[in-house]
Design a protein around this ligand. Structure first.
Ligand SMILES: Cc1cc2nc3c(=O)[nH]c(=O)nc-3n(C[C@H](O)[C@H](O)[C@H](O)COP(=O)(O)OP(=O)(O)OC[C@H]3O[C@@H](n4cnc5c(N)ncnc54)[C@H](O)[C@@H]3O)c2cc1C
Length: 465
């Protein structure tokens, strides 16, 4: 091992390889367990990334990519392996205002990249609570979703081109800038959402959008579940394509993020079973605001909405979004288990009732908080039971995931599989799908050095039943 580390050091220099206490320090502060890596390698270029992979490949050494370490499913656990941090590759290389594209290195922090784009009068629509730490490479590798998928799609829809270093150090450059390119297989898709198990993303070309010049945000209270999908359809039609977010909250989540010690104040009385944050992004503030208000008024007249408040200025808009993003407050109920599932809207009400019933049948006073992106079929389920012991976690996982099997749902809407959800992959994918995933892995990474053990169970061809 010390031999490999010396070779890495001679190729990448002292700043490029951290060991001992320096490496341990880098493993702190992740949102899920990162383990203790043997060393942290910090390439400053694609060429250095390739050199590091070549050496690890020759030594059969496992290597785990780290971006902003905000992943929530233990995808970055590098226990006993080498961590490959992209933190020195953080440049926004080019913003092409003619073709509307950004060429960016994998370690660029999402928020910094968005700010650079905004300064040029464009918009990069990926938005998530971890925007201040998560990186473009991490977003690509997890196919991140977030708040505006309804309008702009997930990260996959935003990536035009990709540069990836393969397990053996080969640099695969597919830095396409065009919206259309059907010349053979679209190879970049193999690396989007595959959590660093098939290649290391080093650079990307992403699609930009015109910067919106209007934003309207409202908080809405509704009295029954069915009103939420009706409101979604109503707003989508009435806003003529400017609907950009439709974030739903069950009352327990709303109460938590609007009651002390939460910083947020309740925009509406806490008397509704469901709340929705609705956002529209458009091109003309006055006209868009009038349309937004009229659409909400019509929803009230039709009885879809019980109560609504529209933010009057930017600070009120930000305050409404801050409620949705208040993870600090969610952590008040620690220990908690967090889940990110997707399912058809028509199944949601029954699914939530089933999960709550099953939890209540096993624990005295379980807490359940539910919120999510209704239009994407994505619910975040946060459960607090007992002392958070591992046996309880396994039982809760079964309660949360098992009802999804019969309704074609997914155990992972947007966070990925990592280590945490690996036992349940076969609950959302067919044996044939999982077998093909193994075939791809064996072809691209025959020595199994890239993020070993994540997503797929090593050696298994079919996921556990
Ligand atoms: C408060 C909070 C809110 C969040 N909200 C959302 C949300 O709304 N939607 C959503 O989708 N996610 C959300 N997440 C999860 C997380 O932010 C995303 O998964 C994000 O895309 C991870 O980016 P990262 O740079 O932190 O990646 P990391 O956590 O560093 O890594 C995640 C995975 O990607 C791999 N990886 C990282 N960089 C590379 C690379 N360059 N090449 C190959 N593999 C790589 C890692 O090995 C790991 O498997 C949230 C997380 C937090 C903490």
């Amino acid at each position: 091992m010390s031999d490999l580390i010396e070779k890495l050091r001679s190729e990448l220099g002292d700043a490029g390889v951290l060991t001992g206490a320096d490496a341990e320090e880098k493993a702190q502060g992740g949102w899920s367990h990162l383990g203790t890596p043997l060393a942290v390698v910090r390439p400053a270029s694609t060429e250095e990334t390739s050199k590091a992979l070549k050496l690890c490949h020759a030594a059969g050494q496992g290597i785990v990519a780290w971006g902003g370490k905000t992943g929530l499913v233990e995808g970055g656990n590098a226990e006993g392996m080498i961590a490959l941090s992209m933190e020195r590759m953080h440049a926004v290389e080019e913003i092409d205002t003619v073709s509307g594209t950004m060429t960016v290195q994998a370690g660029a922090v999402l928020e910094a990249a968005c700010d650079a784009v905004e300064a040029k009068g464009f918009f990069f629509p990926l938005d998530l609570g971890a925007r201040g730490s998560a990186t473009i490479g991490g977003n690509i590798s997890t196919n991140a979703g977030g708040n505006r998928v309804l309008r702009y799609g997930m990260m996959r829809e935003m990536v035009l081109g990709l540069e990836v270093v393969l397990a053996d150090g080969t640099v695969l450059s597919s830095m396409n800038h065009m919206l259309k390119n059907n010349a053979g297989y679209d190879l970049k898709q193999m690396f989007i959402g595959t959590e660093g198990t098939l290649g290391i993303v080093t650079r990307a070309v992403v699609r930009l959008r015109p910067a919106p010049s209007s934003q309207d945000v409202a908080f809405v209270g509704v009295s029954e579940f069915d009103a939420m999908p009706r409101l979604l359809r109503h707003m989508d039609v009435a806003l003529g394509g400017t609907l950009s977010a439709f974030e739903v909250m069950w009352e327990d989540f709303y109460n938590l993020v609007t009651r002390e010690p939460a910083l947020g104040k309740p925009p509406l009385a806490s008397t509704h079973p469901y709340y929705v944050l609705v956002e529209s992004l458009g091109g003309h503030q006055e006209e868009d605001s009038a349309r937004f208000e009229a659409a909400l008024m019509a929803a009230m007249e039709e009885g879809i909405v019980t109560d609504a408040v529209i933010a009057k200025n930017q600070s009120e808009r930000d305050a409404m979004w801050a409620l949705r993003d208040d993870v600090g407050q969610v952590a008040q109920n620690w220990p908690i288990f967090t889940y990110d599932v997707s399912l058809g809207i028509s199944h949601m009400e029954k699914y939530v009732a089933t999960v709550k019933e099953r939890l209540a049948a096993e624990w005295d006073s379980p807490t359940t908080m539910i919120f999510g992106h209704l239009g994407d079929g994505n619910l975040h389920v946060i459960v607090g039971v007992g002392d958070g012991e591992p046996e309880a976690r396994r039982r809760v996982e079964e309660i949360v995931y098992s009802p999804l099997r019969d309704i074609g749902g997914s155990v992972s809407a947007e966070h990925g599989i990592g280590l945490e959800k690996r036992p349940y992959l076969g609950w959302s994918r067919t044996p044939e799908e999982v077998a093909l995933m193994h075939t791809l892995k064996a072809t691209l990474d025959p020595k199994g050095i890239l993020n070993p053990g994540k997503v797929l169970e090593p050696g298994l061809k079919v996921a556990a039943e």
